[in-house]
Each structure stands twice: as C-alpha cells, then as structure tokens.
Design a protein around this ligand. Sequence first.
Ligand code: FAD
Length: 396
Amino acid sequence: MPDGAEGGGLGFDFVADHRPSWETEDVAMFRAAARRFLQAEFEPHVERWTQAGIIDRSAWAAAGQAGFLCPSIPEEYGGGGGTVAHHIAWIEELERITLGSAFGDAVHSGICAHYLAEYGTESQKRAWLPKMARGEVICAIAMTEPGTGSDLQSVATKAILDGEDLVINGQKTFITNGQNADLVILVAKTDPKARSKGVSLVLVEATRQGFKRGRNLEKVGLHAGDTSELFFEDVRVPASSIVGEEPGQGFYQLMRQLPQERLLIAAGAVGSMETGIALTLDYVKQRKAFGQAIFDFQNTKHKLAEAATEARVARVFVDDCVEKLLAGELNATLASMAKYWASDKQNEVLDLCVQLHGGYGYMAEYPIARMWTDARVQKIYGGTNEIMKELIARSL
Ligand SMILES: Cc1cc2nc3c(=O)[nH]c(=O)nc-3n(C[C@H](O)[C@H](O)[C@H](O)COP(=O)(O)OP(=O)(O)OC[C@H]3O[C@@H](n4cnc5c(N)ncnc54)[C@H](O)[C@@H]3O)c2cc1C
C-alpha cells in the first residue's frame, strides 16, 4: 500500500487488510492520492455541505483540477485514462470520509460521462467531456418522472422534431445534481407511440429557454447532495442534441450501461459498510459501560464479527464483479445481484453500527447517524431492489 493509503484516521482499515483483487499499483497510487485530496479538500466541509443541502461548485472544480473526475474516460477527451477500477477506488474513498454518494459524481463521472464516451458523436464528446473532467460542467441524468420510475419505457416527457429542432415538454423528479447541473442528459420520447424504441437520450443545457429547476428536494438522508425536480416547457434544442444523433437508441443505451451503474452502487455499499464498522470499532473500544469497554461485551464482539464477515463476503463478490466488468463480462444478472445484496447488507450493517453507538448513534452530528440515513436510498435508486430481483429471476 503506498504512502498515505494506510489507516487514514480509522482504527481498522479493511482495504489495507485485504487489498482488492482489481487494485493494480496504478489504482493503489490513485487511491492514495484521492485519500490525501479528500481528507484535505472535502472532509473539513462535509458538515457544512450537509447543512447547506448542496456541495460547493468549487469542490467539483477542485476535484476536476486534481484529476479525480471522469477517471475512467480516455485522456484524449480530458479524462484520467484509467478504468472503472480507478473510479471504484474513488467511490470507496468518498465513503471513507462519510460523504459517499452525496457527492453526485457516480452520476457525473460514472454514468453521464460514459453515455457520452460510449454513444456520443465525436463533436459531442469534444464539446462536453473535457469540461466535465475539469469540473467546469456538472452533469445530471434525468430518467425518473413524477408518474414513472421503475417503468422507464412509460416516460411521458417528449422531444418532438420541429424543423431543425427538438421541442421538449415534460417534467422529471428526484434528479441528482439537479440544482448544480449545467448539462442534463434527458430521457425522452422522440416517438411517443413506440415504447422502448421511441426513447432517446437528449443533451439539454441548463441555459436553454423553457428549462426550469424546481426546489432542492428535502430528503431524509444524503443531505449534502442536491436532488431536484426539473421542468421542460417548449425547450428547443438542435436535433443534433440526441446522444449519438440517431433517435430511438436511448433505451438500448441505458440498458447497456446499467450493469456498470449498479456495480458502482454496490461498491459504494461495500465502502460504506467497511467505514461504518471501522468507526464503530473505534467507538465501542473507547466507550465504557458497567466498568468495561462496550467492545468487551460478548454481544458486541459477536455482532461486529458477523458484520465484518458480511462486509468481507460482499467485498469478495463485488470484487469479482469488478474483475468481470474489466474483462467485459459483467452481465445484468450479476450486477443486479451485487446491487441488491450489497445495499441490503449495507443497511443491516449500518443499523447495527447505530445500535452499538447507543443514543449517540441517533445524533445527527455523529457520522454514523448520517451514514445510516444516507444508506437507505441505496435500495431504491439505480433500479429498486425489487426490480433487481425481477431481473435476476429472468435468468433462473
Ligand atoms: C436520492 C435519490 C436520487 C435519485 N437520483 C436519480 C437521478 O439522478 N436520475 C433519475 O432519473 N432518477 C433518480 N432517482 C429516482 C430513482 O431511480 C427512482 O426513485 C427509482 O427508480 C424508483 O422509481 P419510483 O420512485 O417511481 O418508484 P416506483 O416505480 O413507483 O416503485 C414503487 C415501489 O413499487 C415497486 N415496484 C415497481 N415495479 C415493480 C415490479 N415490477 N415488481 C415488484 N415491485 C415493483 C418498487 O420496487 C417500489 O418498492 C433518485 C431517487 C432518489 C430518492
């Protein structure tokens, strides 16, 4: 493990204890640099961002300038030129400072940038990816609508050809980075009569007339991340704004990228479990009751032994999925298993961590309380865990 990647403030370090199979020397150096950057530039602001309900734009720019945004996008488009392993190391380090997915970079770098890199035209890639990698442009993906989430083929937002333009009307909700976004990748029907074949991904700049942001939604967790409704009223964009310029490809493009997106959620869940357990170990070893450390009660040791085992099992499974993704072999079934199982386990483990903190675990000022409320949505977004089981069952 390179300098700076050891310990880093937590008493027990799962990553140092069990180096992920996909962590090459280059990824380990990237992780060490990310840890130093996050401890210096992000960690001191987590509480303030949590209060504000949004992360400063300057933090995005700082992360971009330091080379941590779009790590798995080719260098020729301004990215880091690494692989998804670099991005997963970054996600784990974000979990380590207990910010996790409240920094909506899994959406920005892990999802949006990849839609552009995989399916965008050359000019779309050159127009957006370098700015996204520098953190000058923040990107959101807008699929969910008030009337439909899981059933994506039923989106009602329309982008209809009118001369040289598409005219967009509709509404989206629960959109990560919604307040900060400069660019929205919009899921819309370019052919409202067709189901999946009528769906396209459309690039919409936040400066377009007729585009409006709703309020920053009040959530029960992930307080530092902005989440919004977005409104589109006769928004005109050039017809060339369709990602890849060919209409009707959106559903196919979404389906191709979903395994990677789901794996990023699973990786965040593993990082969150490991951090939660490490924080709890620190706490129960110093907190005393009945004349002994809380850790010394057999119940505490056994529960934490179970949690550490579950976190390790989750890591080994997710690591195997990462290896498969790197080899181009991760299928929808495995990605769904990883997303559902790891996020379920994350919620169970963090609930235990709160319990072992006693009343302090329920106080918002304690990171474990924030991690516990932040974890709940992991079972909902990125495709609910019920939908994951539907997808798994199809393969049985
Ligand atoms: C904090 C946060 C951030 C988000 N970020 C984004 C974002 O950036 N972009 C974006 O587009 N969306 C985002 N979402 C939306 C999220 O992806 C959806 O909430 C999710 O897909 C579920 O859709 P829904 O809320 O409409 O629930 P519904 O689809 O209405 O589901 C309600 C319940 O019914 C169950 N259900 C539905 N269909 C089935 C079925 N076939 N079988 C069994 N059970 C079923 C679901 O599992 C769920 O339990 C975000 C949500 C949150 C809370």
